[in-house]
Design a binder for this molecule. Structure first.
Ligand SMILES: Cc1cc2nc3c(=O)[nH]c(=O)nc-3n(C[C@H](O)[C@H](O)[C@H](O)COP(=O)(O)OP(=O)(O)OC[C@H]3O[C@@H](n4cnc5c(N)ncnc54)[C@H](O)[C@@H]3O)c2cc1C
Length: 366
């Protein structure tokens, strides 16, 4: 049996679906809490096309792949197990949650964390997808510094495009908004754009142009070409949350219109007990550091949840009619010092500890 098959056959405290910054941070927290945790990951992190990760303290500029390699090593050093696989189905079972993989194998965990991120829906303009994450960018905080002072175009895609244009203006005086037959500024917005010296181009964008893999500009439908160093687009952000549908959880539309996500409760909890979410699947705006922080919080919440369950089990056992402590109490009351295993002489003047004395001992040790 391969090590992966062995991992999958074991029952785990937690199954994490998604091995990006959110899932791996949860795995580190859970591993350090001495929990058995398996991370299932399809290996397609959202920022894969980007050259470097920016804004993640102490790792500035690290490549997305190197960050995840280091995160996996951290998680594995605390016993977390990692399986490269796509989860295709989740269902509730007596022990918790069963997750079925694309190849038909499965794994069971007492708790489930979904950290599958989101998919960026890109406008269907020829040439745009090829430049995604390189010359075509979306987030000023991820890419703005690298394109500061350059000629930046903003592709009109929806209600947030003017906001996005005004943000990119912080990084450059040379910003052009392409209305793309999608954005219709109000009088107030025309004034605002003019006040910030933002050029506005009417008409649909027909292509995103490049030479030798480098973005050179865009061409609008009438054939006019505009030279650019970078093009910003607002993507439609769709949480990869469909796996939770059989459990009764579905992504909800974001009020801004920028996409949909699973709405989380405190510390990544959800309306379904035992199911948690972290990162972009439940927070469309989360950058890497935020996704990682949410994973850490969800990991802590899951551990607390498991501790509560195990404490309840212990208490049931402690108080139950056939528990060892209960049997010993009954025996003490019925047989006193004649009960099995005790010698009369040894207990004279030193009665065996009652339940309440034992409780005090436990407290003083704790
Ligand atoms: C081009 C680009 C550049 C960016 N640059 C930056 C930047 O510089 N700084 C920054 O802070 N943020 C940046 N971001 C944002 C960053 O990508 C996200 O903040 C981060 O990826 C969120 O982490 P996550 O763990 O939620 O999701 P992800 O990183 O997307 O990880 C999710 C993981 O789950 C896996 N998965 C999904 N479905 C399944 C399934 N069914 N079964 C198994 N595994 C599954 C995926 O394959 C993936 O590996 C950038 C985004 C883009 C698009």
């Amino acid at each position: 049996m391969s090590p992966t098959d062995r991992t999958l056959q074991e029952r785990h405290d937690v199954v994490v679906i998604g091995g990006g910054p959110a899932g791996l941070s949860a795995a580190v927290t859970l591993g350090r809490a001495l929990r058995s945790v398996v991370v299932l990951d399809a290996g397609q992190p959202r920022n894969a096309p980007a050259q470097g990760v920016h804004g993640f303290l102490a790792c500035e500029g690290i490549s997305p792949a190197a960050l995840l390699d280091a995160g996996r090593a951290d998680a594995e050093s605390y016993g977390a197990e990692f399986v490269r696989a796509e989860a295709v189905r989740v269902q509730r079972v007596a022990e918790g949650f069963a997750v079925v993989l694309a190849d038909g194998r499965g794994v069971v965990g007492r708790r489930l964390l979904l950290a599958t991120g989101l998919a960026d829906g890109l406008p269907a303009i020829p040439g745009l997808r090829e430049q995604w994450g390189v010359g075509v960018v979306h987030c000023p905080y991820c890419h703005g510094y690298e394109i500061r002072g350059q000629h930046i175009g903003v592709l009109g895609t929806g209600p947030m495009s003017i906001h996005q244009t005004l943000l990119f203006r912080q990084w450059s005086e040379h910003v052009t908004l392409f209305l793309n037959d999608t954005v219709a500024p109000t009088d107030e917005e025309w004034d605002t754009l003019a006040a910030r010296s933002i050029r506005v181009v009417d008409g649909a964008v027909a292509s995103v142009d490049q030479a030798d893999g480098v973005l050179t500009g865009v061409t609008v439908r009438d054939g006019t070409t505009f030279g650019l160093d970078a093009l910003a687009v607002g993507t439609r952000m769709e949480a990869r949350g469909d796996l939770l549908a059989p459990l009764g959880l579905a992504p909800q539309d974001h009020p801004s219109g920028m996409g949909h996500s699973i709405v989380p409760g405190p510390m990544g909890s959800t309306a379904v007990p035992g199911v948690y979410v972290a990162g972009n699947v439940s927070n469309l705006s989360a950058q890497v550091v935020v996704a990682a922080a949410e994973g850490t919080m969800a990991g802590a919440a899951i551990n607390a949840d498991l501790v509560a369950e195990e404490t309840a089990w212990a208490l049931d056992g402690y108080r139950g009619p056939f528990s060892a402590s209960s049997e010993s109490g009954v025996s003490e009351r019925v047989l006193g010092v004649r009960r099995h295993g005790l010698d009369d002489g040894q207990v004279t003047g030193a009665s065996a500890p009652s339940d309440s004395t034992r409780r005090e001992e436990v407290r003083s040790v704790g």
